[in-house]
Design a protein. Structure first.
Lengths: 343, 245, 288
């Protein structure tokens, strides 16, 4: 005899421990407030780190690399995660940022201080942004995403040749050397990187929470539907692309200050195209936290890995992205959700 | 007792967390035409997809010639001789008529009889013979339906399951198609027919089932259901009753 | 004047190389919507295999086809089942692109570590033999390259149109569900297409090895050129890749003649960019 009695499925939230915890806490301490406190504490912790850890240690270098990667990744994340457009030209914007800084300084264009000069850095972001708008308008007006991807790839390679053939302006393959001397300790690099990482993350966070972000999300979900609601698709896509490139350019500028000698091999190699993709995919595409988590993991791979594993570690990055795409497409950020869904 | 070619027993099917078929049971006797009728969204297409292996069975059994098809892959089910002609025909539009037919006989079991099956198809559907090299997408609605059925015939089916063959066709074409289905049945092919054109379907069916919101609500002989008050009111409509007059 | 004609001829011959590289890409993309950007690195990988077979065992590069192509077919099937099966099922273009990028990085670095970054070339005894036709120089190896390209294109065309599996490949790329209802196993069919794609990469690699020098990171450039060839020629036709390659080859060699090698590359990429924005279906492709 068949049992016709159906018990309604118990909702998973009833068994979720964090809900239990919430029922004990006063209403004031909501999720949002916990998050903000954690973030502030983390920033303070990183900011004060140089006071109790040697800022010239490898660990501080590792953190510097992580912050650098965060900036780089957030720039790419804004375009890819929120508009669904995969840019394969990040290395071009990065290089443009680096070269802009070098050229402004070498040719004394702005007559300012030049060392970590905000004006120079902002300009180093503006130039890539303009470049992004130029290539963005024709390529983003197509509905097919891979045309955009290849368009950025093509444009990047054209830029590479322009740099190599730039004559006195870019000194070709030899590259440019920033005038003046670098800093002898890591301190200022560390704090500037941290500041920029926080700013980049904040920028992405606020853009995605704003009306612009809402429009971007709508475009990502269903372009034709968004268009029929009056959203000017191209405008928003190009805007996101420009902002993303701006952030990437500033990252390039920071790197130029760090390296002091820039050439196409150092600032335009394909790693700079691949890294933000790997970081965002590993951490979680389309989230604000994902690139940060990814940056710390990949930062470890590329800094400690370089020391410990030497030549082998670049191969691992290729394997890593394959593994992530196959088994963890939502990234590490999505890992938590997947575990809780298993119950 | 006649041989039950297909037996669906107490089948539950879900799309993710949403259950769409509830304890569905039906039998198809060998050599007959069985009609499955019901309104849009009743679950008829879902049931066909489950039998042909495109959807998984959550609970219950599907027996074909006594063998349980439980969660076989679609290819294995085709190999057993169960051919599903899907809703909207789903022809390969960029391929020619001939290529579509060739693919109908893709399964190795059918290939030795390719020439024979082709003969059969062309004698049933002479219009297709003239259009052999034409791209399937350029055929008319009626021709496309014929090609879809022809494709199924190429697979030397023991059971053909058709999902809404009358869709988008004029009444004359519908009559032609249904006539062809009767002919096929006379040639010893068992047919399971899902239709919204209840009138025509019940006319040629030996046995019929009525589905509503994922459940079987009625079953009986085709001719009996044709004159049944409830069925006529719900699915055939006043005008047909008047015409029958 | 003769010089320009020589350049055009060289361009055509160069273009058939690109075409051969692009055909595999075309097959894989046309059927599974996978942008296999690792094709270039795979081509270089097989060029290396050809090189080592030549240097260690003295196997003539064109004869090594017999050994290498079966390996390539197996590798292609392995790539499909191991890497791309899920992405192909979901028609996930971004996912498959990223996996291909990952594979490209892995292969490039693997080859750099194992075989060093030094450029290699396969130099055979007949490698420099050339015919002279009406004052135009025609290198033997490049002519063989032309022949191989034409045969490869024909081969793929025959496969897709005249064989049952080839027809099944086309059907699966159009409608996966309907093809399963025919009893077609979409994974098996896709794996065959992928295997042939990698087989074509092997052919391209051997072609390459006999004619040019190469190093591990050259793969990216090759992939890019193949992609440009494919875009120029258009998706949807088998001969599109070959024709696109030839056009690209001519543009490149004429470019070298007029503006020098570096800017010629820039012109190629600019043509790529323009094609993407103005005529994305290519010059011969069908609108999908």
């Amino acid at each position: 005899m068949k049992n016709n009695i159906n018990f309604p499925e118990q909702s998973s939230s009833a068994r979720d421990p964090s809900n239990l915890l919430k029922s004990f806490m006063p209403l004031k301490f909501q999720r949002k407030h916990i998050n903000i406190t954690v973030i502030v504490l983390a920033v303070i912790a990183f900011g004060t780190l140089p006071f109790y850890v040697n800022v010239d240690s490898f660990f501080a270098y590792y953190l510097f690399i992580c912050f650098l990667y965060i900036i780089l990744a957030q720039g790419w994340n804004l375009v890819a995660g929120y508009t669904g457009q995969i840019s394969l030209g990040t290395h071009a914007f990065f290089a443009l940022g680096a070269y802009t800084t070098a050229i402004i300084w070498l040719h004394n264009i702005t007559h300012t201080w030049y060392y970590f000069d905000p004006l120079v850095m902002v300009l180093s972001g503006v130039v890539p942004a303009i470049f992004a708008i130029i290539i963005g308008i024709p390529t983003l007006s197509r509905l097919r995403g891979d045309y955009f991807s290849f368009g950025t790839l093509a444009a990047a390679e054209i830029l590479r040749i322009v740099i190599l053939r730039g004559g006195k302006f870019t000194e070709g393959a030899m590259g440019l050397r920033l005038p003046g001397t670098g800093f002898t300790t890591m301190g200022i690099y560390y704090w500037t990187a941290l500041l920029l990482a926080v700013l980049a993350t904040a920028a992405v966070y606020f853009i995605t929470r704003s009306r612009i972000g809402l429009a971007l999300k709508a475009i990502n979900e269903d372009e034709t539907s968004a268009a029929s609601h009056g959203i000017h698709i191209l405008q928003y896509k190009v805007f996101a692309f420009a902002i993303g490139s701006f952030i990437t350019g500033i990252c390039g500028s920071l790197y130029a200050y760090y390296l002091f000698m820039i050439n196409p091999l150092a600032v335009m190699n394909l790693n700079w195209m691949f890294l933000p993709i790997l970081i965002c995919v590993l951490g979680g595409n389309g989230t604000v936290l994902g690139p940060i988590i990814g940056a710390f993991v990949i930062g470890a791979l590329f800094s400690y890995g370089d020391v410990l594993l030497g030549q082998v570690h670049p191969m691992l990055s290729g394997i890593l992205i394959i593994l992530v795409m196959k088994f963890l497409p939502t990234g590490l950020v999505g890992l938590k959700d997947r575990i809780s869904h298993r119950r | 007792m006649a041989n039950q070619l297909l037996e669906v027993k107490g089948v539950d099917v879900s799309y993710g967390d949403i259950q769409v078929l509830w304890d569905v049971s039906l039998q198809v006797e060998e050599g007959t035409i069985v009609a499955l009728v019901g309104a849009n969204g009743a679950g008829k297409t879902t049931l066909l997809k489950t039998i042909s292996g495109l959807l998984r069975v959550r609970k219950g059994e599907i027996l074909f010639s006594g063998e349980n098809l439980h969660n076989f892959k679609p290819q294995e089910i085709v190999d057993r001789g169960v051919i599903h002609v899907p809703e909207g025909r789903r022809l390969f539009a960029s391929l020619t008529v001939m290529e579509n037919l060739k693919l109908g006989a893709y399964v190795p079991r059918t290939r030795p009889f390719f020439a024979e099956s082709l003969e059969r198809v062309f004698s049933l559907f002479p219009a297709l013979k003239n259009r052999k090299e034409q791209k399937a997408g350029t055929l008319s609605g009626g021709e496309q339906q014929m090609l879809a059925i022809g494709r199924a015939v190429m697979a030397r089916p023991k059971l053909i399951m058709l999902d809404e063959p009358s869709l988008g066709l004029s009444p004359i074409l519908v009559k032609t198609i249904f006539g062809l289905l009767s002919t096929l049945n006379e040639q010893k092919t068992t047919i399971l027919l899902v239709e919204q054109n209840v009138n025509q379907a019940l006319k040629i069916a030996h046995q019929a089932y009525v589905m509503k919101t994922g459940k079987i609500v009625m079953c009986g002989k085709g001719c009996d259901l044709l004159v049944d008050e409830e069925v006529r009111k719900a699915y055939i409509g006043e005008r047909a009753i008047k015409r029958k007059g | 004047m003769v010089l320009i004609i020589q350049d055009i001829v060289n361009g055509i011959l160069l273009g058939t190389m690109y075409g051969t590289a692009a055909i595999g890409l075309s097959l894989v993309f046309g059927t599974m919507r996978i942008v296999f950007i690792a094709q270039g690195s795979v081509i270089v990988f097989f060029a290396y295999l050809c090189y080592w077979l030549f240097h260690l065992l003295g196997v003539d590069p064109y004869l090594s086809l017999i050994l290498i192509v079966p390996v390539a077919l197996l590798l292609g099937a392995a790539f499909y089942y191991g890497l791309f099966k899920e992405a192909a099922a979901l028609k996930d273009r971004i996912g498959s692109l990223l996996i291909a990028v990952g594979l490209m990085f892995f292969l490039e670095n693997l080859m750099t570590v194992v075989w060093t970054p030094n450029p290699r070339a396969v130099v055979t005894s007949y490698g420099f033999y050339a015919f002279n036709l009406f004052g135009i120089n025609l290198t033997l190896t490049r002519l063989i390259g032309l022949l191989i390209a034409i045969l490869a294109t024909l081969g793929v065309f025959i496969f897709l149109t005249k064989t049952l599996i080839g027809t099944a490949v086309r059907a699966t790329s159009e409608d996966v569900e309907a093809s399963t209802l025919m009893g077609i196993n979409p994974d098996r069919v896709n794996a065959v297409a992928f295997a042939i794609g990698i087989g074509l990469a092997a052919i391209a690699g051997i072609n390459f090895a006999s004619t040019y020098s190469f190093d591990p990171i050259y793969g990216f450039d090759v992939a890019l050129k193949a992609l440009i060839a494919l875009t120029l020629g258009g998706i949807g036709t088998v001969y599109g890749a070959l024709l696109g390659g030839i056009i690209l080859g001519v543009i490149e060699t004429l470019g070298v003649y007029f503006v020098g090698s570096a800017w010629a590359q820039a012109i190629c990429y600019a043509v790529f960019f323009l094609t993407l924005t103005l005529r994305p279906n290519g010059l011969f492709g069908r609108t999908s």
